[in-house]
Design a protein around this ligand. Structure first.
Ligand SMILES: Cc1cc2nc3c(=O)[nH]c(=O)nc-3n(C[C@H](O)[C@H](O)[C@H](O)COP(=O)(O)OP(=O)(O)OC[C@H]3O[C@@H](n4cnc5c(N)ncnc54)[C@H](O)[C@@H]3O)c2cc1C
Length: 444
């Protein structure tokens, strides 16, 4: 029986493992193995909601082990350490426990076909002080770290204000004079824009949960973008509308502003300016982990993406595929396939079909072509904006409730591909019931 190994259970990898498990694993036509460094999967575009507590990561996360059991594939936890292309195996790092002890030793997993879908992360372009002083929003643990820090800041702010009114402690009255919670976000792409709006929604809810002195005007959010406009990948009219909405919410938008350094409590701009902040997020740029340099000489581009052919096989090895953010493929118009959720899931579909074709002995493989269905950004509960594709070259700009529904449908489609229609319907129902049972914000 052939071994198909998929490394990375994100938007693309988990959909692929589910498809191949159901199609091949169920009838024991192949042994499908999914490897991920984490134990659970969370749809990455929701990370800004985890960061503000609007979404409880534990409720929405999918357990890899349980999902593997239900869809006839195997799950191995571990980070990929290297690939041996001659002997056809991937080597995994050991898994360490909370105390630093080795729980699972380093292992080798043999493959006949290997799919790499390890995603991407923010690119700090080696900017001084960013790694030490800014939070990235690339994984659930980082989003949770942001959430804890944000709650600490709001609690500190709320308590200090309360004490001033009572007049109990003079030393604390000094702190009140700062009178705002300052959060700075670098990167005017979808993550930065959506996080900025979500913070105002969180501040609104916190005032109902005992953070008595918090109002949205206690929050100062600065959104910094090096380019001339927000959302450079979207049409200009959408960028303009989004900027207008954010400014109305209270966001301080700074375009054409290049950050050259991050200190413990400020961002330094190229022209020598300083943006003070209690909490800083770096959400600019995209790159792939340097681990791809240990993939036995596979061709990489300058941001460590794996170069693939239109069959999604890597350029130097037909038995290794790459999909999603970690894959580099030029489209017919000469532009690379963008690192987006819809590209990852479309690649998963074509890659799955091509692997099945190879197992059936076919030599002609399907060529991947990215179909851009549009781009939408959600400004929390306030509104959503974007454009959806209506034909080969035309698109429709949408806004408000309809845009919000279209935005949510991207996640619902992902859930449907993982769980099927019936179970997704139940998940939606439980989500609605939880709105009555649970607080609107995760508060710990
Ligand atoms: C905050 C945020 C908001 C976004 N919003 C949108 C949006 O609105 N619309 C949109 O289209 N896209 C959006 N994106 C982009 C989208 O999330 C990605 O394009 C998509 O998730 C890429 O899918 P992927 O399968 O390539 O990788 P991911 O979904 O990133 O999955 C990678 C997986 O690989 C695992 N992994 C990583 N390294 C290793 C390793 N060394 N060993 C083992 N496992 C590893 C990770 O744990 C993870 O499970 C957003 C991204 C972020 C961060």
């Amino acid at each position: 029986m052939k071994n198909i190994v998929i490394v990375g259970g994100g938007a693309g990898g988990l959909e692929l493992a589910t498809y191949l498990g159901d199609k091949l694993g169920r009838k024991q036509k192949a042994n499908v193995v999914l490897v991920d460094r984490n134990q659970t999967h969370l749809w990455k575009p929701l990370l800004h909601e985890v960061a503000t507590g609007v979404l409880d990561a534990e409720t929405d996360a999918v357990s890899f082990r349980a999902h593997a059991f239900n869809h006839h594939f195997n799950f191995e936890q571990g980070s990929i350490a290297r690939i041996d292309r001659v002997n056809k195996y991937v080597e995994l790092e050991p898994v360490y426990g909370a105390e630093g002890d080795v729980i699972v030793v380093a292992r080798r997993i043999p493959y006949d076909y290997l799919v790499l879908s390890i995603g991407s992360k923010s690119n700090d372009f080696n900017t001084k002080g960013v790694a030490e002083n800014c939070i990235f929003l690339d994984a659930p643990d980082q989003a949770l770290r942001f959430q804890h820090k944000m709650l600490e800041l709001f609690l500190k702010f709320s308590e200090n204000n309360a004490l001033t009114e009572i007049g109990e402690d003079e030393s604390k009255q000094v702190l009140v004079q700062e009178d705002k919670v300052n959060i700075a976000i670098v990167g005017g792409g979808a993550t930065g824009v959506e996080l900025s709006a979500e913070l105002f929604n969180a501040a609104k809810h916190l005032s109902s949960y005992g953070y008595g002195k918090i109002r949205s005007d206690c929050l100062q959010v600065t959104l910094v973008e090096a380019g001339p406009r927000l959302l450079p990948a979207l049409p200009e009219r959408i960028s303009d509308s989004v900027e207008k909405e954010l400014v109305e919410l209270g966001v301080n938008v700074k375009t054409n502003t290049m950050i050259t350094e991050a200190t413990a409590n400020s961002l330094i701009t190229k022209d020598g300016g300083e943006i003070k902040a209690d909490l800083m997020v770096w959400a600019a740029g995209v790159r792939v982990s340097t681990i791809t340099q240990k993939f036995d000489g596979l061709e990489l581009n300058r941001i460590n993406q794996l170069c693939v052919k239109d069959s999604l096989q890597t350029t130097l090895d037909d038995s290794i595929f790459a999909i999603g953010d970690c894959a580099f493929l030029l489209q017919k118009d000469g532009k690379p396939v963008p690192p987006r959720g819809q590209a990852a899931t479309q690649m998963a579909t074509v890659c799955g079909q091509n692997i099945v074709a190879l197992l059936e002995g076919k030599t002609e493989l399907k060529a991947f072509e990215f179909r851009d269905k549009g781009s939408l950004v959600s400004l929390s509960k306030f509104t959503a904006l974007g454009s959806i594709s209506t034909g080969k070259k035309s698109s429709l700009t949408i806004e408000g409730r309809f845009a919000r529904l279209a935005y949510i449908s991207l996640y619902r489609l992902h859930q449907q591909r993982l769980h099927g229609c019936f179970k997704t319907g139940l998940i939606i129902l439980i989500g609605r019931l939880n709105r009555f049972i649970r607080p609107s914000l995760k508060l710990y």
